[in-house]
Write a protein that binds this ligand. Structure first.
Ligand code: GUN
Length: 280
């Protein structure tokens, strides 16, 4: 079975459009992008386009690669104080000279729709999430749309990044899975991966997950967005794994669109929590 993220995301977005219309709220998202990385610029453009589709007002703050940490912080401070902005997303990665941790911690936790602020990440690990990071949240939504119930399953997350691996493990744990996190220093990763009922690949290595790492019938989630000669390619060797897996996400058209749907849902949640009418 193919887990069709594009289709489920479109369903979620059209439902969200109606919910926003009926709410009387006028949610707004500000994105902050530093530098001119083409992939980051494309992701931010897609986020703005999705905002337009569901009725979220969006503004983009574009800063040159030469900007200092202090300058980024001052833009975020302004957005934090602006009551007409409900949600703030700082596109990562930031250039190496910027203190990313400080930037993440400067975002008002109530506007932190990425869920990367330590307060939001802490709540997630305590099992009391408010904003969960969009990619893992989108994966949980996708699993649920296909009636995959993680309770009691062995979920193996390959990768320990702050945007995917760690929050993914927390969400699966909150959903009562037995969770193992593997990473680059894990010994004999294949022998662990092939015990997974749910296998989430977020390693950033093209076609890293091959048939020896996949149990017959496993649910395989591919978070990879690698580019080989300009062509998007996942972390899973899709062609060789698809007949072993019970269900699998394609790349593109799997996890990516779900990430955007989650961002829109988190932005609407931020607006509802702030009780914003957009009247200011
Ligand atoms: N870069 C890669 N993934 C993400 C994400 O989920 N949020 C942000 N802000 N930047 C990213």
């Amino acid at each position: 079975m193919i887990l069709d993220g594009k289709k489920i995301s479109q369903e979620r977005l059209s439902h969200l459009r109606e919910a926003i219309g009926a709410s009387g709220l006028s949610p707004s998202l500000a994105t902050v992008i530093v530098g001119d990385d083409p992939a980051s610029a494309m992701y931010v453009r897609m986020k703005h386009r999705a905002c337009g589709e569901v009725g979220i007002r969006s503004i983009g703050v574009e800063l040159p690669a030469t900007v200092t940490t202090a300058e980024v912080l001052s833009h975020i401070d302004r957005l934090n104080r602006d009551r007409s902005i409900n949600a703030i997303l700082v596109q990562l990665p930031l250039p190496a000279h910027i203190d990313t941790a400080q930037v993440i911690e400067s975002v008002d936790p109530q506007k932190d729709v990425d869920g990367f602020h330590p307060g939001n990440m802490g709540r997630l690990f305590l099992g009391r999430p408010v904003f969960s990071p969009c990619t893992p949240l989108g994966i949980m939504t996708l699993l649920s749309a296909y009636d995959v119930e993680p309770e009691g399953m062995h979920a193996v997350v390959v990768g320990r990044s702050i945007d995917v691996g760690r929050p993914m493990a927390a969400l699966l744990l909150n959903a009562h899975a037995t969770v193992t996190i593997c990473h680059s220093r894990t010994r004999d990763l294949p022998s662990i991966a092939r015990t997974a009922d749910i296998l989430v690949a977020a390693v950033g290595k093209p076609r890293f997950i091959g048939p020896p790492m996949v149990k017959q019938g496993a649910v395989v989630i591919d978070v990879g967005t690698n580019r080989i000669n300009g062509v998007l390619c996942g972390d899973v060797d899709f062609d060789r794994v698809k007949d072993i897996a019970g269900a699998i996400t394609p790349v593109p058209g799997g996890v990516g669109p779900m990430t955007i749907a989650s961002l829109m849902e988190n932005t609407f949640l931020a607006a509802r929590m702030q009780g914003c009418t957009g009247a200011e």
